[in-house]
Design a protein around this ligand. Structure first.
Ligand code: F6P
Length: 334
């Protein structure tokens, strides 16, 4: 068979390992093609035959060697026509789409319209893909966010300041929650749990008076500032950390600084967990392809690798809830 692999949406540490491992397994029997720049690679016919030898030198770095984009192949009917025509001409029997909910939803539609057989692999540092406990990239991003936060903390203590760390996370606050738990932040703000900023300022003021410094972790997704939108309708986020710092400084009267690690937590080399997760997802994807079992997304559930119908994830997000929200409430509840 001719099998195409693409990565779409924000890059995530571990993507290169997934692409490399899958290529290594598939090339024993099949022809493997890298689809460059996510779904845009089909529209531009930027598809090239690859071997594991082409990929190994980059396999263990962050980023995605085969590039990415936020192109939506189903944006309008004219585009769908080009997409369908190109898919036919390229003659790919299967497409493996590695992405978050947008990329995977496009994969589900590709299958539903009978344009190609697909298998999906969930990745995003946000960890918000429905149906899987972990996505490729989350563990690495959290570890890096913790490293940055701990180093910020030492200077907060020295200078006796209040500090805000703004981390990525669009709809879901997983990165902020895990960073907050792992560094025992004094307050954490996540999109799933709106909080009045006066409450945060007063809580932080008490901590500061008692100890001489305080730490807050905030998810960028708690506030949108408008600006350009991508083809899936998402606006660019970022900036709430600075706004919150100014607010807290005004209410408390104590010097407050914000840091925004931004894309830095996304670009580092993958942790052991993400490396092994990428390998396990690639292995499951390979067996699905060998079995001719398409229209599936591989997933991590309670330590096991499973697969679910890709249509199950449509229109859903995995948000902080249940046990994790209870944990949030224990430390930062009102
Ligand atoms: O979707 C993952 C994500 O990392 C979000 O947390 C963030 O808002 C977005 O990507 C930023 O992506 P970009 O690289 O387009 O700035």
């Amino acid at each position: 068979m001719r099998i195409g692999i693409l990565t779409g949406g924000g890059d995530a540490p571990g993507l290169n390992i997934a692409v490399y491992t899958l290529t290594k397994l598939l090339e024993r029997k099949h022809e493997v093609y890298a689809i460059f720049h996510g779904w845009r690679g089909i529209l531009d016919k930027e598809v090239r035959r690859v071997t594991s030898k082409d990929l190994i030198d980059f396999a263990f770095t962050g980023g995605t060697f085969i590039r990415t984009s936020r192109t939506n192949p189903f944006k309008d009917e004219a585009r769908v026509e080009t997409f369908a025509r190109n898919l036919k001409e390229l003659g790919l029997d299967v497409i493996v789409a590695i992405g978050g909910d947008d990329t995977l939803s496009a994969a589900a539609q590709t299958q539903a319209r009978g344009l190609a057989n697909v298998v999906g692999i969930p990745k995003t540092i946000d960890n918000d893909v429905y149906g899987t406990d972990y996505t490729i990239g989350f563990d690495t991003a959290v570890n890096e966010a913790i490293r940055v936060t701990e180093s910020f903390k030492t200077t907060l203590i020295s200078h006796e300041r209040i500090g805000i760390v703004e981390v990525m996370g669009r709809e879901a606050g997983w990165i902020a929650l895990f960073t907050g738990l792992a560094t025992m932040a004094d307050f954490v703000l996540i999109p799933e749990r709106p909080v009045n900023w006066d409450v945060v300022a007063n809580r932080v003021k008490e901590v500061y008076r008692d100890r001489g410094w305080a730490l807050v972790v905030v998810s960028e997704g708690i506030k949108e500032y408008g600006g350009p939108r991508d083809e899936f309708g998402h606006s660019r986020l970022g900036g709430v950390g600075n706004e919150l710092a100014q607010y807290i400084e005004k209410i408390t009267g104590f010097e407050t600084r914000a840091v925004v690690p931004g894309h830095i937590i996304r670009g580092v080399a993958p942790t052991a967990f993400d490396r092994v997760l990428a390998v396990r997802f690639a292995t499951e994807t390979h067996s699905l392809i060998e079995d001719g079992d398409f229209s599936k997304m591989v997933a991590y559930r309670n330590g096991d690798i499973v697969n679910i119908p890709i249509t199950e994830i449509l229109g859903k997000n995995r948000l902080v809830s249940g046990y994790w929200m209870r944990l949030y409430e224990i430390y930062w509840g009102l």
